[in-house]
Design a protein. Structure first.
Length: 242
């Protein structure tokens, strides 16, 4: 029993042996009815409750429990705020460790994966075929043109002619009598080197007659003579040795 607390009365009261059950000796009590018994039990319970220590009473235990919950909540809040930076620090450390590991693998000789680009997967465009330019088909020669070409080639086989002199020979009435157009076509069709024709003509003149350089040039370029151009006559005379 705690020190300083009065002893709780015993219910029901203990009477001396031989005393009547309804009251103390010499003071008899009338019999107790059920309502009085309940009232007495409630009074005894209230009395016992008043004798409890203060820390066992509900009005003290409930506020203490709330205070404990408040302290736990504050501690949990502080721990959550502290845990967030800690988790971030752990994540940063893991990322840095992964980067260092990747650098070590690259330096050790293991080829790092090359990023794929759209340019690497795009196929080169097919080269565009350049249009081919074909020469137009040559028109077939008329009968007059064929005959004029043959006649021009026959004159060149035994004598030298200038362009002007050969056209005049083919188109003149004293010659072959072709039209000027057909004669011109035949001469141009043969692609004649008239410098060489002037040289042949100059050698022919020198083979049967004497000429000065100036006189031979005049003979080759005159309209009454061969009809070469001055440049062709000079070339022919020089080629002949004058």
């Amino acid at each position: 029993m705690p020190v300083g607390q009065p002893a709780a009365p015993q219910y029901p009261p203990q009477f001396p042996q031989g005393a009547p059950a309804y009251g103390p000796p010499g003071m008899p009590f009338p019999p107790v009815n059920p309502q009085d018994a309940r009232a007495q039990a409630a009074a005894a319970k209230a009395y016992r409750k008043s004798l409890r220590p203060f820390y066992k009473k509900k009005r003290v235990i409930i506020p203490a429990g709330l205070a404990a919950l408040l302290v736990i909540g504050i501690a949990s809040g502080d721990g959550g705020e502290t845990a967030a930076p800690a988790a971030a620090a752990v994540t940063t450390s893991a990322t840095a460790a992964a980067a260092v590991a990747a650098a070590d693998v690259t330096q050790s000789g293991t080829p790092a994966a090359k990023p794929t680009t759209a340019a690497a997967t795009t196929k080169p465009a097919a080269p565009v075929a350049e249009p081919t330019t074909e020469a137009p088909a040559a028109k077939p020669l008329t009968v007059e043109q064929e005959n004029a070409v043959q006649a021009a080639q026959s004159y060149l086989d035994f004598s030298a002619f200038s362009r002007k002199g050969l056209i005049r020979q083919l188109s003149s009435d004293a010659g072959d009598g072709y039209s000027v157009k057909a004669a011109t076509f035949a001469v141009d069709y043969l692609h004649i080197d008239f410098n060489e024709q002037a040289a042949k003509s100059a050698k022919s003149y020198l083979s049967f007659s004497a000429f000065s350089r100036k006189g031979l040039i005049q003979q080759l370029e005159s309209s009454a003579g061969d009809g070469f151009t001055h440049a062709q006559a000079v070339y022919g005379v020089k080629k002949a040795g004058l």
